[in-house]
Design a protein around this ligand. Structure first.
Ligand SMILES: Cc1ncc(C[n+]2csc(CCOP(=O)(O)OP(=O)(O)O)c2C)c(N)n1
Ligand SMILES: [Mg+2]
Length: 312
């Protein structure tokens, strides 16, 4: 794997990924989910993962359990030289290998098909177990959604991973506080994720999921405790990178209109360090706004039609 010249740093890579993601979502939904995970994936693919995109048996594995953010994964693979960037233009087109959820066997660098939420942690646990058995030193990373963590299968897998003492397993939760139809806290009652993982025998840390230095620092510390799987709760903002999308429930579903595209791309291209929004109560970093009203708001929609592809 080599970073392409335009992506010398993880920040460059994240900006490329976001621009690709926005372009790709002229078709299909889930743009906010992909933008949310862009920094986590950029830090992983810009150096934290060992030998990603290769077929080396000792490579670290990456499972995108929140498979609906596939566009961000495809963009990361394209901008790190694993797949042809031209493929991104055909995202979701008939016959394209870049389907709405990561496929198995047709796209280099993707080890497992995902998209049915709640399955990725168990798969990654199996990979970690296999890696330990074959003694090659590979680690398994899995990126989950915070809404996804309501799936009981996540906690079955968490218990098993702890029982097997899989300290080569790392779960990263993209904790953006939104799921498909509401705020996560309004659905799960606001149970904190880090203590939940700890209760299942994991070692857990929280970090800002858009701060590359913080992400790198925490990733360098895995495993956090010998004999325990590691959980990283990455606090993120859904739609991060385009203010109209940030923390807006509707952008789980909207696609990007041709009319909005240039403005969105310009905003992403202008980014060096994500600025705090004036309305943020703290200027210390990205944080979602407080919930307003009885339900999470859908937010300002696109100027074009609602999503025409993908799925909820
Ligand atoms: C088993 C299953 N149920 C429902 C869905 C439909 N679905 C796709 S994304 C989504 C919301 C996921 O929210 P979260 O895990 O918080 O991810 P985010 O989009 O916020 O990153 C749902 C319910 C699915 N893909 N799989
Ligand atoms: Mg979420």
């Amino acid at each position: 794997m080599s970073l392409r010249p335009e992506t010398r740093t993880s920040r460059d890579l994240a900006a490329r990924v976001r621009a690709d993601v926005v372009r790709m979502h002229r078709r299909g939904s889930n743009v906010g989910s992909a933008m949310s995970a862009a920094d986590v994936l950029a830090v992983l693919y810009a150096g934290a993962l060992r030998l990603p995109g290769t077929t080396d048996p000792s490579r670290d594995r990456l499972v995108l359990s929140k498979g609906h953010a596939a566009a961000a994964l495809y963009a990361a693979l394209a901008r790190t030289g694993v797949i042809d960037p031209a493929l991104l233009d055909d995202f979701l087109a008939d016959g394209s290998p870049l389907t709405g959820h990561p496929p198995h066997g047709t796209v280099p660098g993707i080890d497992v098909a995902t998209g049915s939420l709640g399955q990725g942690l168990a798969i990654a646990a199996g990979m970690a177990w296999a890696a330990r058995t074959d003694g090659r030193g590979a680690r398994a990373f899995v990126v989950l959604g915070d809404g996804e963590c309501q799936e009981g299968s996540v906690w079955e897998a968490a218990a098993l991973a702890s029982r097997l003492r899989l300290d080569n397993l790392v779960a990263i939760v993209d904790a953006n506080g939104l799921q498909g139809y509401d705020r996560v806290a309004d659905v799960d009652g606001g149970l904190a994720l880090a203590p939940r993982f700890e209760a299942f025998g994991w070692a857990a840390r929280e970090t800002d999921g858009h701060d590359h230095d913080a992400l790198r620092a925490v990733l360098e510390q895995v495993p956090f405790a010998p004999g325990r799987p590691s959980a990283i709760i990455a606090r993120t903002v859904k739609g991060r990178g385009v203010r109209d999308m940030e923390d807006r429930l509707g952008w789980h579903y909207f696609n990007v209109s041709e009319a909005d595209l240039p403005r969105f791309i310009a905003e992403i291209d202008g980014w060096v360090t994500p600025p705090a929004r004036p309305s943020d109560p703290s200027s210390g970093g990205p944080r979602r706004r407080q919930r307003r009203g009885p339900r999470a708001r859908a937010g300002r929609g696109p100027t074009g039609p609602l999503c025409g592809g993908g799925e909820p």
